[in-house]
Design a protein. Structure first.
Lengths: 392, 181
């Protein structure tokens, strides 16, 4: 039976992992994800799950241990944040190329320097092209759902790819709120036992992650890319099954009050919830504004985006990371590329907000929408604006 | 929606207060958030923590700038930190102090409701330590009636185990002794 419980979201992520009965968890603590592996180590020590918790000396070792464990056929989980994810970077594309379904939670945090422990999306955006499936949660419930869905998607025979679940540091990780937890039986009905395609074993020798000469490398990369693109079919299928069993709908891009909207906001992560409050306020003022919440980051939902923006005059894309010296923030660059040449494509404006934990209020979104609404008459001079910079 | 800001010093358990209150409200079927000030917490330094409580799902995830209620765990913070910053004019200020509510209200020139309780004395009596987070929760419950007294028992049991009953006793005493002006 489903249980409604209040809990800190990082702890809830750990509880959701425990419901999936992982075989191996390897992690190294870094704020703000620390409570996830900390609580998992308690769960393992209390004997609630029969898993090996590997205390490693670094994030590089954490993901390396997960890589090895997954190659041996274990259901494997890790978690990290910020510089910790960067320290994993060397291993990230190896795990995906070896088609190992490691599941990772990322408590998103800014990158140093200056040293900053608070939220933005610079960490995951730096790992955008490593071949992992990447989803963003906007509240605690989505974290719980996405962890359980995550193992099913990653381990699906037609996918076999690692998957990361992004939850905003502090804004989500450290918030106590109510969530619905399925019971063990329900999770087991949803999530089948992991049956690996191939495993390393001393008696049945296989090679993984071998040398790829120029003659084979293009093909290997094409195969990896196809694997990620094709995973979308399974992601949508798993989300449909989730809705059938648990009644909660998940979509690659979720639309909120978009009917007849001239201006659309597009957000990623927990800021989407605050943005809903802004849209309600704008609708009360008879301003036709709507919201798109991007939940699936990789593989990027091209068709869904093209459909979702139809009819809008202006699309204001919110980024929580800077692509220094680039043409737009990482999300906006993707959106522009996806919509280039599309008939009736809206004017696209880009705001970079909430860097390093800078608070983003509903009032900020209202101001952004009001500003963006003028963009179809008068194009902004700059390709993107870092919103709320003092002294500029 | 009710928005509450808690002021304390690092180590006094303000974060535990917001956690206990949020869990009590959630246990009653309400919606609630409890979160820290997200600062680099240091023992003894002024810290803040926050609650939102509502009957419907809470969407907003930004900081709290205009709370309905402010709770001060440590009276030495009054004057050091602007504890009434952003507090609504008809808001409620609940302070751990031996001073009478009326006196504090006059001293602070605050127009809303002021409630006081000598939580440090109660905590010393009941817990043997001057940690007032659970004690002040009792005062808050009496003044706001936002959750039932019984609803904090289960979260306290879960958090404190064998010392939960002592915390509950301190909480109940503050519930009885808090004075409102």
């Amino acid at each position: 039976m489903t249980r409604r419980t209040g809990m800190e979201i990082a702890f809830a992520a750990a509880e959701a992992v425990a419901l999936c009965k992982p075989d191996v968890v390897a992690a190294y603590p870094i704020t703000p994800n620390t409570h996830i592996p900390e609580h998992l180590s308690d769960i393992v020590a209390d004997g609630r799950i029969d898993a090996d918790f590997i205390c490693v000396e670094s994030e590089h070792s954490a993901l390396s241990a997960c890589c090895g464990a997954s190659a041996a056929g274990a259901r494997t989980f890790t978690a990290t944040s910020s510089q910790g994810l960067l320290f994993m970077a060397e291993v990230m594309p190896i795990v995906s190329a070896m088609r190992l379904p490691v599941v990772m939670a990322i408590g998103n945090r800014a990158l140093s320097a200056p040293i900053n422990i608070w939220n933005d999306h610079s960490d995951i955006m730096s790992q955008r092209d490593t071949g992992w499936i990447s989803v963003f949660a906007s509240n605690g419930q989505e974290v719980v759902d996405m962890v359980i869905q995550g193992f099913k998607i990653a381990e699906h025979r037609d996918v076999l790819l690692p998957l990361n679940i992004n939850l905003d540091g502090f804004q989500l990780t450290h918030v106590v709120e109510p969530m619905l937890f399925p019971d063990q039986e329900e999770v087991e009905r949803f999530l089948p036992e992991y049956k690996p395609y191939a495993t390393v074993h001393p008696d049945r020798v296989v090679s993984m992650g071998t040398l790829g000469m120029p003659e084979i490398f293009n093909e290997a990369m094409k195969a990896k890319d196809m694997g990620l693109i094709n995973s979308k079919k399974v992601i949508l299928e798993v989300w449909r099954e989730w809705e059938e069993q648990f009644g909660r709908k998940h979509e690659p891009i979720e639309a909120y009050r978009t009917e007849g909207a001239n201006v659309l906001l597009l957000t990623v992560g927990s800021m989407g919830e605050t943005a809903e409050v802004a849209i309600d306020e704008l609708r009360d003022r008879k301003m036709p504004a709507g919201l798109l919440k991007l939940k699936l980051w990789r593989p990027f939902p091209l068709e869904e985006l093209r459909k979702a923006v139809k009819g809008a005059k202006v699309l204001a894309v919110m980024d929580r990371a800077v692509s220094c010296g680039g043409s737009a923030g990482p999300v906006c660059a993707e959106v522009k590329s996806a919509l280039y040449g599309e008939p009736g494509c809206p004017v696209i404006v880009n705001y970079i907000i909430g860097l390093g934990g800078r608070d983003v209020t509903a009032e900020d979104f209202i101001q952004i929408v009001e500003k963006a609404a003028k963009a179809d008459k008068e194009k902004p001079k700059e390709a993107y604006e870092i919103y709320g910079v003092r002294g500029s | 929606m009710l928005e509450i800001r808690w002021h304390g010093r690092g180590g006094q358990g303000a974060v535990t207060s917001v956690e206990m209150l949020a869990l009590a409200a959630i246990g009653e079927g309400k919606h609630a958030q409890g979160f820290p000030s997200f600062g680099p917490e240091r023992k003894g330094a002024p810290v803040a923590a926050f609650n939102r409580i509502d009957d419907k799902r809470i969407k907003v995830r930004s900081h709290i700038y205009t709370p309905d209620v402010v709770v001060v765990l440590d009276s030495s913070l009054v004057g050091l930190v602007d504890v009434t910053e952003g507090l609504k004019d008809d808001g409620i200020l609940i302070v751990n102090t031996a001073k009478a509510a009326k006196q504090l209200k006059e001293e602070m020139n605050f127009k809303g409701t002021v409630a006081t309780v000598d939580a440090t004395r109660i905590a010393r009596d009941e817990l043997g330590v001057p940690i007032t987070n659970t004690t002040m929760l009792g005062a808050l419950i009496k003044v706001l009636k936002v959750v039932k007294l019984d609803s904090v028992e289960a979260p306290l049991e879960h958090k404190f185990g064998r010392i939960a009953q002592k915390n509950m006793a301190a909480l109940k005493r503050a519930y009885e002794e808090v004075k409102i002006s």
